[in-house]
Write a protein that binds this ligand. Sequence first.
Ligand code: SF4
Length: 96
Amino acid sequence: MVDLGGVHDRLARNSFTLDEECSHIEVHQEEARRTGAGALLVRICPAHVYSQEPDGSLAVAYAACLECGTCRAVAPPGTLTWHYPRGGYGVTFREG
Ligand code: SF4
């Protein structure tokens, strides 16, 4: 097993305030399917926010998002709409 220097322990100290009315991530399913973005997003998200459904669509567990911006940076154009959560919602980093 790889020693990550306690990264998992530190991440476990984060807290999340869920905005139940509004996801800050929207996947444009048709474009994601057309570009094959799903496998990329599943692979690169450190919080495992994205998962592929049996029908090939992409599920988004936005409540776990670390707001790192990686998916926003690498997603093919037109596959995602991403913005920071509304004020008072999202992740609060407790360490590091
Ligand atoms: S911003 Fe980072 S943590 Fe959030 S969904 Fe994108 S890759 Fe995952």
